[in-house]
Ligand binder design. Structure first.
Ligand code: TRP
Ligand code: SF4
Length: 337
């Protein structure tokens, strides 16, 4: 039986962090064997909020792909591409925008959050700054085009993207109804199981909060950041009884990155007051560095061979475009255009 198509994308945010690794990439790597995977960098989507900050865009895009490859996204199994290289997506976006009622996109809760973030960034006082562009309003429509151009059956996303995907299903259904076709299936979300890792300060992990550890960070930088991890705040001296379940970040990282025996040992020693937090985090840093060593080495190999990485992306983009073209031929025919 032929494998079902799976599509997922990430905005071109630059180097990825541990949150991406645990929350998304390990999942993507696994899915490669089960589905016909299309993974892309959403560089058009990046412009919905950063249209005026494009100076690092090219570098950011390639950094994302380098991290994917290092973590095990395999170009022999999956199609890797840039959204902006698949023009069929833009075409489909135009067509879908014609049939999408305004209130579907205006109601999107994710969008409302984004507007809030945007407001914070630009400062509410800057009157001349558009708070919401036409493109940003169309974010879920463009995302629908990403997914529908490849007629994906499955879309792995985080919980924050579910509302978008709901709109995609509505748009797919509406297209089929209006043009009397069964061209588009209604793509199903595949929720990421693993909870998102928080930043070293216990807040949501993010580049702009300076609380993240990058997949590509070196060992010294990693160890340093691990030493900043929040622990059990009620602990003052190193022989105080500790509470791993209240150890807000460090122990969570142990659970994410260390093996079961180590986690158990840390738990026992901490609870018995036989483990100091500084030592505990030093060990954690070593474990994490050990785990990421092969990934980081692989990334460096790809960095040295950057032309080959561009070849992978170009090949992938061509393949995605030819797949999307098949869908578009049928879509144009259904519309009669
Ligand atoms: N909106 C997604 C995010 O911010 C990225 C994205 C764009 C996407 N197009 C997609 C994800 C299509 C899945 C499918 O994370
Ligand atoms: Fe957390 Fe380790 Fe300190 Fe216990 S000893 S509170 S697990 S950092």
């Amino acid at each position: 039986m032929e494998k079902a198509n799976l599509v997922s994308g990430m905005r071109s945010t630059g180097k990825l962090h541990f949150g991406h690794y645990m929350g998304v990439l390990t999942n993507w790597v696994k899915l490669q064997d089960e589905y016909n995977c299309f993974y892309f960098v959403a560089d058009w989507h990046a412009l919905t909020t950063k249209y005026d900050k494009t100076e690092n865009l090219r570098k950011d895009k390639i950094d994302v792909v380098l991290d994917w490859l290092a973590c095990g996204i395999d170009p022999n199994k999956s199609t890797i591409y840039f959204q902006s290289k698949v023009l069929q997506i833009a075409e489909l976006h135009v067509l879908l925008s014609m049939i999408t009622p305004n209130n579907w996109v205006e109601r999107d809760p994710t969008l409302k959050d984004m507007v809030k973030i945007l407001k914070n960034k630009t400062g509410e006082s800057s009157e001349n700054m558009p708070q919401m562009s036409y493109g940003l309003l169309g974010y879920p429509v463009l995302m629908s085009a990403d997914i529908m151009a490849l007629n994906a059956h499955v879309v792995p996303v985080g919980i924050d993207q579910l509302a978008h995907l709901e709109i995609t299903r509505d748009i797919a259904r509406r297209f089929n109804n209006i043009y009397k076709t069964d061209l588009f299936n209604e793509p199903k979300p595949k929720l990421t199981q693993i909870p998102l890792l928080m930043g070293v300060d216990g807040q949501k992990m993010g580049k702009s909060f300076n609380n993240d550890i990058k997949i590509s960070d070196d060992e010294i930088a990693t160890s340093k950041k691990i030493m900043q991890c929040i622990t059990d705040r009620s602990r003052v001296r190193k022989d105080d009884i500790g509470h791993p379940d209240k150890c807000e970040v460090a122990f969570k990282y142990y659970e994410a990155f260390a093996n079961k025996e180590t986690v158990q040992q840390v738990k026992c020693e901490c609870s018995a007051g036989k483990r100091g937090c500084a030592d505990c985090k030093r060990q954690l840093g070593n474990i994490i560095n050990e785990k990421f060593k092969p990934i980081r080495e692989k990334r460096q190999e790809f960095e040295k061979n950057i032309d080959a990485v561009y070849d992978i992306i170009n090949e992938g983009s061509k393949k995605a475009a030819s797949e999307a073209e098949k869908t578009m031929e049928k879509a144009r025919e259904a519309i009669n255009i």
